[in-house]
Design a binder for this molecule. Structure first.
Ligand SMILES: [Ca+2]
Ligand SMILES: [Ca+2]
Ligand SMILES: [Ca+2]
Ligand SMILES: [Ca+2]
Length: 344
């Protein structure tokens, strides 16, 4: 009897511990990853290996996924090359800010189009001839006004026809946040690329159900959003229950949450993982306040770029069939010129 009672007590305490663990289990970190695909990317857990010919220009795309039920309001990123194989091309750095439907993701961006423009650390000359490794510091998207309406942020779910938000190959949403062109400089070597947290950190903000204009408070403006798009299957910013139409259920969500306010989180509460764990030793988690401008030990490259030698004309030996065609052409040309000469 005593035994069965102790088993019961043990089971009870174990389940209580489990509930506690579930409650205190941290949310999945935000995830950033690099691909050469700007349409249907792999998810963050797929290793990115790119092959490019020396002398060609390639484009890298940075994708982001925020913590569940939150948006990334501020993003500050560095991109560093570990070997002198790529030169990031000044003028090509873009933080994608258009969310569609007249909405922006951030209030401000820092990239090639801002003033002053974000420039890379090294020129093509220094990468090619002085073996310098290139880097871009502080590609940023940020919002200062606490209650800026129509500043959408990055995260939660893809809303309707939101620009630059797609379902990645792992079935979860992904936001295309930045793109960078690069010169493939040196034939042969492999260049590893790493994303880092920039020196302005990152901030999440909780998403409040019913906050259809994304300004952090559920108020009458959000009711107006429902009213103006009621019945629409294309203007879906007020589709709170994500069923593909703005309907009465979305009104109810607004009503139930009227007055709710989002929570803005300091950088130290944001955890970030960069890319895939290609060596199966666990990908490190960065703290957005204390791990800025560093690549942590055991962090696998977020993209590996293999630069192949270019096909030089001197190396190209004509194949026998090409030689045959060439002889026929020369013969015809000889006959033709003979005829022209004899007729004149
Ligand atoms: Ca450069
Ligand atoms: Ca609102
Ligand atoms: Ca709906
Ligand atoms: Ca990584």
């Amino acid at each position: 009897m005593r035994n069965s009672r102790s088993v019961f007590v043990l089971a009870l305490s174990l389940s209580a511990c489990l509930v506690l663990l579930l409650r205190i289990a941290p949310a999945a970190p935000a995830h950033f990853w690099i691909t050469d695909d700007n349409v249907t990317p792999d998810g963050p857990d797929t290793v990115t290996s790119i092959s490019i010919e020396e002398g060609q220009v390639g484009t890298l795309y940075v994708w982001a996924r925020a913590e569940t039920n939150k948006k990334l309001r501020n993003i500050s990123l560095n991109l560093v090359a570990m070997q002198a194989g790529v030169d990031f091309i000044d003028g090509s750095f873009t933080m994608h800010n258009d969310a569609g439907g007249g909405r922006q993701r951030y209030e401000y961006t820092s990239d090639s189009s801002s003033s002053p423009a974000v420039d890379s650390e090294e020129s093509l000359f220094d990468v090619r001839f002085n073996s310098q490794t290139d880097a871009i510091e502080a590609l940023q998207g940020f919002s200062i006004s606490a209650a800026a309406a129509s500043i959408r942020g990055v995260g939660g779910v893809c809303v309707g026809a939101e620009t630059g938000c797609v379902t990645a190959s792992d079935g979860h949403p992904a936001w295309l946040i930045a793109s960078v062109d690069y010169n493939a400089v040196i034939g042969g070597p492999v260049t590893d690329l790493h994303l880092q947290i920039g020196d302005n950190g990152m901030n999440h903000e909780s998403l409040v159900p019913g906050d259809y204009d994304y300004n952090g408070v559920v108020d009458m403006d959000d009711f107006t959003e429902v009213e103006n798009s009621f019945g629409s299957t294309t203007d879906l910013w007020a589709d709170g229950n994500d069923n593909g139409i703005v309907d009465a259920a979305d009104f109810t969500i607004w009503q139930d949450n009227l007055g709710s306010v989002s929570e803005f989180e300091v950088s130290s509460l944001t955890s970030v993982v960069f890319g895939a764990d290609s060596s199966n030793d666990g990908e490190p988690t960065y703290n957005a306040a204390s791990d800025q401008e560093v690549t942590l030990l055991t962090d696998d490259p977020d993209a590996t770029i293999t630069i192949t030698a270019p096909l030089s004309a001197l190396d190209t030996v004509p194949e026998p069939s090409t030689l045959g065609l060439l002889s026929v052409a020369l013969l015809c040309l000889g006959n033709l010129s003979g005829r022209v000469r004899s007729s004149s």
